[in-house]
Structures are given as structure tokens and as C-alpha cells.
Ligand binder design. Structure first.
Ligand code: ADP
Length: 402
């Protein structure tokens, strides 16, 4: 089956065409700065990548550009939209409605619409893309894959906040989590690499990119995750502060005369690695700064590691140990020094990093980096959310045909 995966951000649109017969990626690309006059499309993979300046006023125009690139570019693998069998959409927020991926129906659209207040930057462009795809190919099945659904299995003790219960109910305040598709993918790959059923394993999954989150997956079921009501909670990230004393917020609002949107921007865009180091939100720059002796870069680096270690400790206790710790995304996959600091001295807990394997660069390959005699395995697994979305779409569409 040829499945088009669409991931709409607030001003971007990523896409991948995947052939599920052999799990081969046929084409991929990215529209950036949608809505601005310097918008462009990057179409193709790796060395074949081409960039075209192209004005795209909104996601509707971006999709038209994407379909054109898919069907008419030099190396296009299809010649008409009709050669696509189904479309899988990444949807950031599924609220409490969706604990798994679903076929898109008018009722599903209504529910995604009703969640726009919880994901104002992401659910509206995704809805737009669904509508446009429906009007371009009315008979093509479309599937919604939610970032939050993997965490609907959390027990209330983990997802509730100790605020007045009525307020939480009234405003749907709870821990929803995010990055769920990535955590689900790396947990499944971890079980496959360990050659054991996921139902027999306790896994801690760490997604460490620009956004960072950690989850506890107990016998295949997510029981806790570090992101919360929004993706701001939990770990220190590139520009987000993660968990802080909530009293700092009204204090700063008053002391600095900040409005709620301003404090929100400060916590989401000016904090984390960027805020502490004063250099960058990019781990490579912070690492370089630390190596050159910049004290704030050293501090940012150490705080980032400390924040990860805190959650590892929490989830080790919540699950009473674990069989594997999986790392993914830019920092998790590539930053051997950060991994060294995170796992330093954890031998008494049965977590033993193999320094040599940790240092070696395997260029985006799945690999064990724990010592062979380490009771807890440490595994690097490049994430592949698009693959997971294509798989869910395939399974839902195949069921339709039964
Ligand atoms: P996003 O959440 O935007 O998808 P990525 O998964 O691409 O993020 O991760 C981006 C982060 O990964 C950046 O902080 C970047 O510096 C870091 N990163 C990428 N490669 C390396 C590397 N070789 N060493 C250290 N950090 C890296």
C-alpha cells in the first residue's frame, strides 16, 4: 500500500510517501514558513534534496504544492494522487477521546475541532489538511494518529494534578503527554531488538531532541510520562524550562510586569539550554561552549543531565526497576558525552554503559551501548514517527477491507 503521512505544524508541513509492502520511503519533504512571503519547499531525501522558493499562503496551498511535487517532480514515484491508497495524519492533541489511532469520520473531525483550545497551534492546521485531502480525494481513507493517545493508559494517580478537582474537570486539566508516537515506536523496537515480547518488559523511553520527554512503559503500557497538560512540563529542553516551582510564574509576572502570554513565551522560547547558557538552544553549540570553558554553558549542560537523571530515578521506582532504557532524537542518538554524564555511576542500579560502544558513531543505526553484562540494557534507537503513522494507517485501512 502507498501511504502518505502528513505532519502539519503551525507554519510547516512535513510529508512522507511510504510503500508499506517493503517499508520503503518513496518520497519526503517539508514546507517551511507557510504563511510568510519567504516560504519554501524542500522536496526529496538526502543527496536528492531540492529546495524551491514557493509562496504558500496557508496549509491548503502548501498541500497543493506537495501533491504537485509528489506527482510531477523529476524523480516522482507516482503520477497521480489516485495512486496513493490512504493518508495518515499526525494529530498533536486527541484529548480524552482517543486512546488509539482512528479512521477519520465527521465525528472524529468534530472531536479534533473541540480540542483546538488545548493545541491551538497544531490541531487547526491538521484539520485544514484533513479537509483539503478530503476535497481532493473524497474516497481516500484518512487516519488520525494522535501524539497523546499512547498516554491515555496512565493511571489517574499519574495523570491528575493536585489542584481543585472541579477545576480540573471543568477545564480538562490533566497530564496528556506528547511525543507518544515516538515513545510507542522506540518501545516496540526495543522489544524487537531484545527479542522479547513487549508485555514481558519494563522500558524507560527517552526522546531527547529540541523537545524532550521521558516515559515509563510497563509491560507494553505507558504508566507515566514527563510532559504534562502541555509539552512545557518535565525535562529541561532546548528553549523550554520544563518543570519549575509554579510559584515562580506569578512572582515573575509581578516582578517583571509580564502578562500571561509574555511569561508563556519566556518559559517556552527563552528558557532551557538557551536561557541558562545564553548561547543557544542547540546542544552542539552549548557543548562547544562548555568545552571552551564558558561557565553558563557548563551549567546548562549539567542541569540538562541532572533533569534526565531525576526522571530516570522516578521511573525506576515507579516500575520497580527496568529492563531497558532507550534513547532517541538529536541529543539521545548523537550526544555521547551527554549519555556518559547521564549514566555515570549507575552501576549499583545495574545500569552499565559501555564507554567504547557509547563513543562509536554508527550513523543512525539502532545499537546497544550498555556493557554485555549490564542487567539493564541501554539502547539507541533512531525514532521513526512516520513509519508508525503509516503502520497504524495500514492496519486500520486493511481492517476496512475485511
Ligand atoms: P526536534 O525536536 O526539533 O526534532 P532533533 O531530534 O533534531 O529535534 O534534535 C535536535 C537537538 O539534537 C539539538 O539540540 C541538536 O544540537 C542536537 N544534536 C544533533 N546532533 C548532535 C550531535 N552530534 N551532538 C550533540 N547534539 C546533537
Amino acid at each position: 500500500m502507498k501511504i502518505l503521512v502528513i505532519n502539519a505544524g503551525s507554519s510547516s508541513l512535513k510529508y512522507q510517501l511510504i510503500d508499506t509492502e517493503n517499508n520503503k520511503m518513496l518520497a519526503k519533504g517539508l514546507c517551511e514558513r507557510v504563511g510568510s512571503k519567504d516560504s519554501y519547499i524542500k522536496h526529496g531525501a538526502d543527496k536528492d534534496e531540492r529546495i524551491f522558493a514557493q509562496y504558500m499562503a496557508d496549509h491548503e496551498e502548501a498541500l497543493a504544492v506537495v501533491f504537485d511535487a509528489l506527482c510531477h517532480s523529476e524523480r516522482s514515484t507516482i503520477h497521480s494522487i489516485n495512486e496513493i491508497d490512504a493518508i495518515g495524519h499526525r494529530i498533536v492533541h486527541g484529548g480524552n477521546y482517543f486512546d488509539s489511532s482512528v479512521l477519520i469520520t465527521p465525528d472524529v473531525i468534530k472531536k479534533i475541532e473541540s480540542l483546538c483550545t488545548l493545541a491551538p497551534l497544531h490541531n487547526p492546521p491538521a484539520l485544514k489538511c484533513i479537509n483539503v485531502c478530503q476535497s481532493m480525494a473524497p474516497d481516500m481513507p484518512q487516519v488520525a494518529v494522535f501524539d497523546t493517545s499512547f498516554f491515555q493508559s496512565l493511571p489517574p494517580s499519574a495523570y491528575m494534578y493536585p489542584l481543585p478537582y472541579e477545576l480540573c474537570e471543568k477545564h480538562q486539566i490533566r497530564k496528556y503527554g506528547a511525543h507518544g508516537t515516538s515513545h510507542r515506536y522506540i518501545a516496540q523496537r526495543c522489544a524487537a531488538l531484545m527479542e522479547q515480547p513487549i508485555e514481558d518488559l519494563k522500558i524507560i523511553t527517552c526522546h531527547l531532541g529540541n523537545g524532550c520527554s521521558i516515559s515509563a512503559v510497563d509491560h507494553g503500557i505507558a504508566v507515566d510520562t514527563s510532559m504534562g497538560f502541555t509539552p512545557l512540563d518535565g525535562l529541561m529542553m532546548g528553549t523550554r524550562c520544563g518543570a519549575i516551582d509554579p510559584a515562580i510564574i506569578p512572582f515573575l509576572e509581578e516582578a517583571e510586569d509580564l502578562t500571561p502570554p509574555q511569561i508563556n513565551e519566556l518559559m517556552n522560547k527563552k528558557s532551557g539550554l538557551l536561557g541558562v547558557s545564553g548561547i543557544s538552544n542547540d546542544m552542539r553549540d552549548v557543548r562547544k561552549g562548555a568545552e571552551e570553558g564558558n561557565e553558563r554553558a557548563v551549567l546548562a549542560y549539567e542541569m540538562y543531565a541532572h533533569s534526565i537523571r531525576k526522571y530516570l530515578g522516578q521511573y525506576l521506582v515507579e516500575m520497580a526497576g527496568c529492563d531497558a532504557i532507550v534513547l532517541t532524537a538529536g541529543v539521545g542518538e548523537n550526544c555521547d558525552r551527554m549519555r556518559r554524564i547521564v549514566f555515570a555511576g549507575l552501576q549499583p542500579l545495574g545500569i552499565i554503559l559501555d564507554q567504547e560502544k557509547n563513543r562509536r558513531d554508527y550513523h543512525g543505526k539502532e545499537r546497544f551501548i550498555s556493557r554485555d553484562d549490564s542487567p539493564v540494557k541501554i539502547i539507541v534507537i533512531p525514532t521513526n514517527e512516520e513509519f508508525m503513522i503509516a503502520q497504524d494507517t495500514l492496519s486500520i485501512v486493511s481492517d476496512l477491507k475485511k
